[in-house]
Design a protein around this ligand. Sequence first.
Ligand code: TNX
Length: 514
Amino acid sequence: RPALAFPLGVVLCLLLAAGGAVAQPAILPAPVEAAFSAGSFVVTTETPIVVPPGDAEAARVGQLLDELIGPAVDGAPAVDAGGAVGAIVLDRRPDRTDLGAEGYELEVTDRGVTITAPEAAGLFYGAQTLRHLMPPHVEFTAALPRPLPVPLGRVVDRPRFAWRGAMLDVARHFFSVDDVKRFVDLMALYKLNRLHLHLSDDQGWRVEIPGRPALTDVGGRTEVGDGQGGYYTVADYAEIVRYAAERFVVVVPEIDVPGHTNAALASLPELTCDGVAPAPYTGIRVGFSAVCVEKEETYAFLDDVVGALARATPGPYLHLGGDEVKTLSAEQYAAFMARAQQIVAAHGKRFVGWDEVAEVPLQPGAVVQVWRPQAPAVAASVAEAVAGGAAVVLSPSDRIYLDMKPDSAAVLGLTWAGLNGVRDSYDWDPAALLPGVPEASVLGIEAPLWSETLGTLSDVTLMAFPRLAAVAELAWSPQAVRSWPGVRRRLAAQAPRWTALGVTFDRSAEVPWE
Ligand code: TNX
């Protein structure tokens, strides 16, 4: 190996000396197109960030970039509408429709940085790319001033999939508003844009529903193990939604019905067929609970819950779970799901469910979240749903379930779907996962993180990284620019950034860490 590495090194040095190829910066996810040349533009805390006058959305992106780069030591105005040389310019160009709703172009010359995009989302993603072009020590936001050289070059970029998601299970263990915000920050760094919150399960009910205080008074006080649980008030939930939206992340709330409902049943005994509340449950079994699908009280409850969440959620989606129902007949399940879908539609939202819902008739526009593509019966029912017009979000449990242990030595996590290594998570083509599900029917990719064994944000990020960053590339980058050797290198470069951010991550043996 050293014998091979030496000549390779010599060749690279010669290339660099000839003024040709320059080491590729580690932009993650890999952009559609990028070219860099020797030299750099140095950003400092005095570098003005120029935003289009009267464009509040672009100004907010500029503000976030300013918070990263740091306040000018001498108090110079950081965000303004001037035309200074040596600036970072956010240039909103509605006519650049070639870039798509989330795309951008970024150009770095010795005269400054320009990010061009038709929409504010593109400006934000361009700003994230700029962040990846700066040294990882940019994340030490109090160490001012620090040198921030940006390599000269040009990037043209847009996402492959519209839905680039992560799911956080706040039901098995509760995570605070601040924890969720830190998680959103990390999603945004990798251009992820859907935060699916699993807000209810057997072990807990995590969101205040006006008029139904029992749900949180009882169901909000337990979690797996002996912990005290918790829940988001209406104001807390609004704050999560606002914070996420500022980072172009759409919140997808999930209330899991008709199964996974012990916390709701313990809170509202009218939802059980015999009217008797079960005891709270804090173990990790699944499949034993269900609301009484024959009682009108059940649908009144669902209407209150869906109505409250629909009003509190600006995004178009409402997830009603539908998974692992082992105590109802197929007929009972189908009858319940028909009414549940009507309730979601009546409140103006688009229905999302786990892949069990592919077995029942779906309303137009329904989204099926596929977690068991390995099962032939599931693959068949999903293909049939897609033929009938449904869209899918791919969350294959044997690839991107982030709660599966990454290797057999891991302490956190479960193993029922196998071990999900970094390469397992990354090295597959979403367009080829399921026969009968072409790329045009794939809305996107989402990596779920169930929290049976996770009690803190540090546990969460240790399971999420590096795999979630690899999944982000799977969801953003075109198949042609992706490769396992490439992403290994880009993942390795994240280590100093995560260290600077104080984020725990798994030092997987699959990645040659810097
Ligand atoms: C299956 S995936 C579940 C969850 C568990 C998870 C643990 C799915 C739709 N249901 O209830 O938390 O396994 O990995």
